[in-house]
Ligand binder design. Structure first.
Ligand SMILES: Nc1ncnc2c1ncn2[C@@H]1O[C@H](COP(=O)(O)OP(=O)(O)O)[C@@H](O)[C@H]1O
Ligand SMILES: [Mg+2]
Length: 351
């Protein structure tokens, strides 16, 4: 459970102290007050990555030369400092050279309106979804992802420059090793997610929509064979053409491709179901639900769907919610409310 978060020079905040409660905490504020930034800070603190950018410098308050986030998760004190010299992370004031122990502290599921991209957007959104889960629930996933990306970058740079085959081939073994790991881990994750997303979809929609998720690997045969077979073509196009960087997920609703045939409302339901599936997968793997961060998603949902969503979230999960208005909470369970205005948080009336 996250008990305390302190931001310094993060996004629009000079400093901010936030004390979430064990169950549901809601931050209410107008647009551009910094609601998303607070949830983002919690995600950066616990998972060392932002759900909305991969450029860490964007997180630094403009005009400053670094930011820091500190917090207590359970009895563990976490600190993340980012300066021009780089990143420093510590656990209970002990500097960590590696992120493995640090990242084992807490797990997160992030909900936002951008989740619609999972259904409507490009494959990269769906790969990020799998990776965010994989790095939290599969030992070795994060390392394999790093190794794969490194080998792919080097290989593509050589292909682009038209370098000789033996130089390119030097990166084949690391690419294949990390790639095979990712292909098999993502296939397993999809098998776990598909039934969970199907039942979440039924729980939050009023119809009997049947959701199926299929994993579409970025190579059609064993990776090593596919890579060998693609040689002439990759030399012509000067990039690596097959592998997990081309992976995708296929969503079928009632046996029709969701991105083409599902209504806007159904697509939103699928996106929510995918995130609930992620939370339930984490809960099953760790016998404890993840911390749930719900960024401004209630405005888009009608009352019935809002209540069904709240009921479908893992019970007992600590949940941080942001919203611009509180009307929807009238029938919702008890929660602690903070108002965010002028970059300061003040306790609101709990309900
Ligand atoms: N690095 C930054 N430095 C200063 N201000 C920033 C930075 N990044 C974002 N902002 C500003 O922070 C404000 C709050 O953003 P956000 O957290 O998205 O608000 P909300 O979710 O409440 O609408 C916005 O006005 C945005 O322009
Ligand atoms: Mg926002």
């Amino acid at each position: 459970m996250i008990r305390e978060v302190r931001l310094h020079h993060f996004r629009c905040f000079e400093t901010l102290d936030f004390f979430p409660t064990p169950h549901r905490t809601c931050i209410v504020g107008q647009n551009a007050q910094g609601k998303t930034s607070i949830l983002e800070a919690v995600c950066v603190l616990l998972r060392l990555q932002s759900p909305r950018t991969s450029t860490t410098t964007e997180l630094i308050k403009s005009g400053s030369d670094g930011f820091s986030i500190e917090g207590h998760f359970g009895d563990t004190r976490l600190q993340y400092r980012h300066t021009a010299e780089g990143r420093a992370i510590s656990l209970d004031s002990k500097l960590q050279q590696k992120s493995t122990d640090y990242l084992s502290t807490a797990r997160i599921t992030w909900f936002s309106n951008a989740d619609l991209d999972l259904v409507k957007g490009s494959g990269s959104a769906r790969r990020r979804y799998l990776d965010f889960l994989g790095t939290q629930s599969v030992p070795g996933y994060r390392k394999a992802l790093r190794d794969y990306e490194r080998a792919l970058r080097s290989r593509n740079a050589l292909l682009k420059d038209g370098r000789p085959r033996r130089e390119i081939a030097a990166f084949d073994p690391p690419l294949l090793e990390a790639g095979d790991f990712l292909l098999s881990a993502r296939a397993d994750l999809t098998s776990s997610l598909s039934p969970r997303a199907a039942s979440a979809c039924l729980e939050i929609s009023s119809s009997s929509d049947d959701l199926k998720i299929a994993y579409r690997p970025g190579c059609e045969m064993p990776f090593s064979q596919a890579l060998a077979a693609s040689r002439p073509e990759e030399e012509r196009l000067r990039q690596t053409l097959c592998g997990p960087h081309r992976d995708d997920l296929d969503f079928q609703l009632n046996a029709l491709k969701a991105s083409s045939f599902a209504s806007e409302g159904q697509q939103r339901t699928i996106a929510l179901a995918l995130k609930i599936a992620q939370a339930r997968h984490i809960e099953a793997m760790h016998s404890h639900p993840p911390l749930l961060l719900l960024d401004d998603i209630f405005g888009e949902l009608d009352t019935a769907r809002r209540n069904r969503l709240l009921a479908a979230l893992p019970q007992g999960a600590q949940t941080l919610i942001t919203t611009t208005f509180l009307d929807w909470a009238r029938d919702a369970e008890e929660m602690t409310v903070f108002n965010l205005s002028g970059k300061t948080l003040t306790p609101g009336s709990s309900k």
